[in-house]
Design a protein around this ligand. Sequence first.
Ligand SMILES: NC(=O)c1ccc[n+]([C@@H]2O[C@H](COP(=O)([O-])OP(=O)(O)OC[C@H]3O[C@@H](n4cnc5c(N)ncnc54)[C@H](OP(=O)(O)O)[C@@H]3O)[C@@H](O)[C@H]2O)c1
Length: 183
Amino acid sequence: MQTNCSVYIATSLDGFIAKPDGDVNWLHDPGYTIEGEDFGYNAFMKSIDALIMGRLTFDKVLSFGEWHYKKPVIVLSKKRRVIPAHLMGKVRFMDGEPPEILEKASKQGFNHLYIDGGKTIQQFLNAGLIDKLIITIIPVLLGEGVPLFGKLKADLKLELLSSSKFGNGFTTLTYKPIYQETS
Ligand SMILES: NC(=O)c1ccc[n+]([C@@H]2O[C@H](COP(=O)([O-])OP(=O)(O)OC[C@H]3O[C@@H](n4cnc5c(N)ncnc54)[C@H](OP(=O)(O)O)[C@@H]3O)[C@@H](O)[C@H]2O)c1
């Protein structure tokens, strides 16, 4: 079965997913709350089989204390890591190049994967393995921080599949990357 990789992420208008120290509290400003609106999150989470997340994102999630993922989480790390006791059976570690990681995930029965974390997304994009990007733009400028995007091997065009705007100023853009065949 074919493996698909999607990104679902929020970014500042100037392209940062966290402040330089990893802070993401700016995403949860009470002024952004819209009663009953989850910006497509639950429908997206239902559509995936597992998450593939960079170790720095995993560390951030652990710092929140509560584990809210109902799907298996694959954490990428080159360092050997210990799985916290309360996450046994929910989290597994992997490392390697993106195609190898996808092959392993597919063998474990995961065919639609949520790729999360800036450096992790950049690697999968560079490997031509992201099929869909769902990006919610938060109307704030941070000036500096952890970038969503980085260096690419070549320009990457994208097809805009949909756009939605919300009363709090959020805009969600869904794109499909158009990878060029390299000879
Ligand atoms: N705004 C949002 O919606 C949103 C979403 C997600 C994350 N974030 C924030 O973004 C920040 C983290 O993003 P980030 O770009 O700094 O890092 P990241 O992508 O979360 O993690 C990078 C780390 O993942 C590991 N890694 C990545 N690819 C690997 C591979 N192929 N094989 C082995 N290990 C691999 C490495 O860990 P080792 O160093 O252990 O080898 C690397 O240092 C956090 O502050 C998080 O809260 C925000």
